[in-house]
Design a protein around this ligand. Sequence first.
Ligand code: PFF
Length: 464
Amino acid sequence: MKHNDLGFASKIGVIAATVGSAVGLGNIWRFPSVVQSSGGSAFLLVYLGCVLLLGIPVMLAEFSIGRAGRSDAVGVMKNLTPGKKWWILGVFGLLSSYLILPFYMVVAGWSIEYLYQSVTGSLFAGIDFSADTAANSAVFTANMNEFITSATKPVVWTYVMILLNLFILLRGVRKGIEKLSNVLMPILFVILLVFCGISLSLPNAAEGVEFFLKPDFSKVTSDVVISALGQAFFSLSLGMGILVTYSSYFPSDTMMTRTATTVAVCDFFVAVLMGLIIFPAVTSFGLADTPDGLNGTTLVFVTLPGVFTQMAGSQIWAILFFALLFVATITSTVSIAEVSIAFLRDRFKLSRTASCLIILLPLFVTSAICSLSLGAIPELQIAGLSVFDFLDSFTTNILLPISAIGICIYVGWVLHKNFIRDELTNYGAFDSWAAPFVQFLVKYVCPILIIAILVSQLVHLFNQ
Ligand code: PFF
């Protein structure tokens, strides 16, 4: 059964929308914070290993079933293995994506508040531009904490974000998602490059670069490996049906190995650029020793505004950066929501409008719960964590890897022997040295490695 929606119109659209999905809060907000909490230099190479050995093969497995099955995340399994229960795997991905949306929308909402504050100039209220950054960072921190833990403002911005998503998603794949990504993604890359140049020219930048880039294997622990794995899946949008859904919109002559490599390289490149923006700034302004530790939220909403105060034209830079953050989040939120929307449309034959409303309206409640759990109603907890933090770590570190194992087993062992090899060569249209290699990775290496990492993490948790 085919979609009743048009697919992507062009190859550029395929790349832009898929990179748009991949590049998001995962790169800008989450990556620097995971690097920081993993001790810096231990992380990057482990992360690169996860992207190359696990991320790209799982991405290709998802692309293959999506384009061959031409349906939603559940429907592809029904089409490829009719009469079998493998579609449950799709439901799992669907649920993961639906659990990620609430907290993701909240952080996306923060990006609009900061963009708004940058435009009005209120971001710099109470800031003494001639003072040192440490003094200013106390002001930024206080403002951020007050905003994030407030009961109304972040919820209102989250609602604005949900409505924007609704507007784009109602327009469909070609006129909504593809058009948006084609315009916004190139802008995002240019802004990032400019910031990177500025950050690297700050005094003491080299110390930050060393913290980020100089490998230190003595710091590699099982926690670092599981964080790198979760981060790779989160950042590449894997394990939740997003890429299955997007690839069902791919034209049938798409060269998927090239697409996957381009997406992974762009995604990695943005994460590295973010590291090269943030860490030199942190060391340059002596923020590394801040007593409350630096999490992703602080890095983005305190450290960077601190950097902007040191630059001529602070307000313009702030506007550019938060516009960038906003762009990255919106192309990602639409991709996460599209999974469930495609599911409702294809499975239950609902109209696009009805599907969008059914998926997005409940977010007005679930996102509000996530936002309020950060301070306004601290009782909103699961397993000792705020609902927000619980959903973040449970989905990223547990659900996404489990879902990826399922996909590898499905593609490597359940579908016919040469399925992925055939898909990657467009059924013999061209030769590909990578195809048999990817087939081997998906069949043996990925499931075994991901299972090993998950088990070692569980053992570690029990021993604590
Ligand atoms: N890959 C995007 C990001 O890194 O922000 C969006 C995203 C997709 C986030 C899938 C999380 C996720 F599980």
